[in-house]
Design a protein. Structure first.
Length: 301
């Protein structure tokens, strides 16, 4: 039998699924409009002859568990592991039997629930402050108070939905950063451009509980990133304000009036303050460049 439509049909079916059981392959052939009398092994042989030039081949093998798969299956059956889709998590038996070992030898890899103070292996993290919570503990708490128990911020079920949609070890720090920006003073377009570039550096804040990455280090890294962002913002606007003052001083020539020097000193104080008071510094510049400094009311830069 030559390579024909039935072979193409079977090849596409195998390629689209990756792996087919023999029973599934028989179902695929039954769906073909024409009756197929040739055995499946002969069809595979002809397909392999056609795709051998592409260094591809289809193999028929017995699906047997490897030693590693048998061990994982045994640990799941005995309660040491739990299988969720294509991943494994610690089972209840491991949590209870090895809790003392975890606390003594791996304190940096565990975190306690904010409410019950027990180790959290499965649960969620507060999107605001990243504290870990058992899902059951959180549900009991929010039945009475619609706030996060750790930071007292408003609680919403949509936040949990967002965390479920993301991977446990990947997320967006927008929740924590936006909450700070909402309470900040208005900024200009060039500020926003700088903030967006810094935001790209902070896309590793983790929302969700992971057994492989420590939650404590996550919070420390998030805090470090936000402090870095504030520092970059502070330096950026500090340089901008100094350049503005220099332009004003150059506009008046070498004999700059004393109030410019005073304004520059005040801006230097503002630049050294924490947090950086941009509005205050700008107001000093405005006061030092009143129209009275220019007889014709214009400023030449």
């Amino acid at each position: 039998m030559n390579y024909g439509d039935i072979h193409r049909y079977l090849l596409r079916s195998i390629a689209s699924r990756g792996v087919l059981k023999l029973s599934e392959a028989d179902d695929v052939l039954r769906l073909y409009p024409e009756h197929v009398e040739e055995p499946l092994s002969d069809l595979i042989k002809i397909i392999n002859q056609e795709i051998r030039s592409f260094q591809q081949t289809i193999k028929i093998t017995n699906d047997e568990l490897t030693g590693e798969e048998k061990a994982l299956d045994l640990w799941c059956r005995t309660g040491y592991l739990e299988k969720t889709q294509n991943s494994y998590a610690l089972g209840m038996r491991t949590i209870h039997e090895f809790e003392g070992y975890f606390r003594q030898n791996m304190p940096e890899n565990i975190e306690e629930c904010f409410l019950c103070k027990q180790i959290v292996f499965k649960g969620c993290n507060c999107p605001i402050c990243a504290h870990a919570l058992h899902t059951r503990c959180l549900n009991r708490y929010v039945e009475k108070v619609k706030k996060w128990p750790c930071c007292k911020e408003n609680y919403s079920e949509s936040q949990l939905i967002t965390m479920d949609q993301n991977e446990r070890v990947s997320s967006d720090p927008a929740n924590s950063i936006e909450s700070t920006q909402d309470r900040a003073s208005p900024v200009y377009d060039d500020e926003m451009n700088t903030q967006e570039s810094v935001d790209d550096l902070t896309q590793e804040t983790v929302i969700g509980v992971s057994q492989s990455i420590t939650r404590k280090s996550k919070r420390q890294r998030t805090k470090f990133m936000m402090n870095t962002k504030q520092l970059v913002e502070k330096l950026y606007f500090g340089l901008a304000l100094i350049l503005i003052l220099k332009c004003y001083m150059l506009a008046t020539g070498p004999d700059a009036p004393p109030h410019y020097q005073k304004a520059q000193e005040q801006v230097s104080v503002d630049l050294g303050s924490s947090p950086f008071t941009k509005i205050s510094a700008i107001s000093h510049i405005d006061k030092s460049t009143e129209s009275s400094a220019y007889p014709d009311g214009n400023m030449y830069l």
